[in-house]
Design a protein around this ligand. Structure first.
Ligand SMILES: *[C@@H]1O[C@H](CO)[C@@H](O)[C@H](O)[C@H]1NC(C)=O
Length: 277
């Protein structure tokens, strides 16, 4: 696997705080064109100020950058912060196209994206949580057990077939540089690139049960596995589909159902299939 060392992994919560502080204002954007959409506040979906229109610079071509994120009312502030930071730091913001995955269509959430970013190119897709429901094992943190956390495993089946490369981003980060740089990362023929961290003790991501079962542990034979963060991934979607990576990750989730081989949620099966490859 090709890994991309980036500072994107752990990101500023400051911006999230800033956004929540301004989230109650309705419109009055500075500099941007106002469309005058004023949404009714609901108990669930916060109101966001309309973002200015971000336009392409003169040197832009029309190559699309495809970004996938999950979408859900609970993490909407994070999504807004991520999208805004991406547009702000992009030379060619109009080239960025978003593919949002949600477990159920929430019209308020979609309307909120539309009114905050009236010019955003985005589509919302439903991720059928039944695909994963029976496969999720209880982890040490309940938040990790939400079906939407597992949507990244299925994104290759969900986004349009003509999308060949995608950047998957968690909704708890902000970008501090141009997404185009990440988009252009050389995958060196590998299926996926992610920020890798080799100073963690890899043994600890799996249980004694795993390491003591030779037939399981041998999966890492000939590999030099390191922890990697599945919150920022560049995926060759074609390779993912052809290599049936969704099924390979699912197989490990099925093993976990039989025998507790790890403690965390959706990360360890990714490590099992891809770490050190
Ligand atoms: C990593 O953790 C395991 C289990 O806790 C321990 O046995 C091993 O010595 C550790 N390795 C290093 C390099 O610290």
């Amino acid at each position: 696997m090709a890994f991309y060392n980036s500072p994107l992994g752990l990101l500023s919560f400051l911006l999230l705080l800033l956004l929540s502080a301004t989230a109650t204002a309705t419109t009055s954007s500075s500099g941007g064109i106002r469309l005058g959409i004023i949404r009714k506040p609901t108990p669930y979906v916060p109101i966001f100020r309309e973002a200015p229109a971000f336009r392409n610079g003169e040197s832009c071509n029309d190559n699309r950058i495809h970004v996938t994120m999950t979408l859900d009312a609970n993490y909407l502030r994070g999504t807004m912060a991520a999208v805004l930071s991406m547009l702000q730091h992009s030379m060619c913001p109009e080239n960025v196209e978003f593919h949002f995955l949600c477990t159920r269509f929430e019209p308020d959430v979609e309307a909120s994206i539309k009114s905050t970013f009236p010019y955003l190119k985005f589509k919302v897709y439903r991720f059928d949580s039944n695909r994963v429901r029976g496969k999720i094992s209880k982890s040490i943190r309940q938040a990790l057990d939400q079906p939407l956390n597992y949507a990244r495993i299925y994104l290759a089946d969900i986004i349009p077939a003509d999308v060949k490369r995608v950047i998957y981003l968690d909704s708890d980060l902000v970008l501090v540089d141009d997404i185009a740089k990440l988009w252009e990362v050389d995958l060196e023929g590998k299926v996926l690139a992610a920020p890798e961290y080799c100073h963690a003790n890899f043994t600890k991501y799996f249980t004694i049960l795993f390491w003591s079962d030779k037939s399981l542990a041998m999966t890492f034979d000939g590999r030099k596995p390191c922890y990697f963060n599945t919150g920022v991934m560049v995926v060759d979607v074609d390779k993912w589909r052809q290599g049936r990576y969704t099924q390979r990750v699912e197989e490990w989730m099925a093993v976990q159902k039989q025998k507790r081989i790890y403690q965390l949620g959706s990360l360890p099966p990714f490590l099992l299939v891809l770490a050190g490859n």
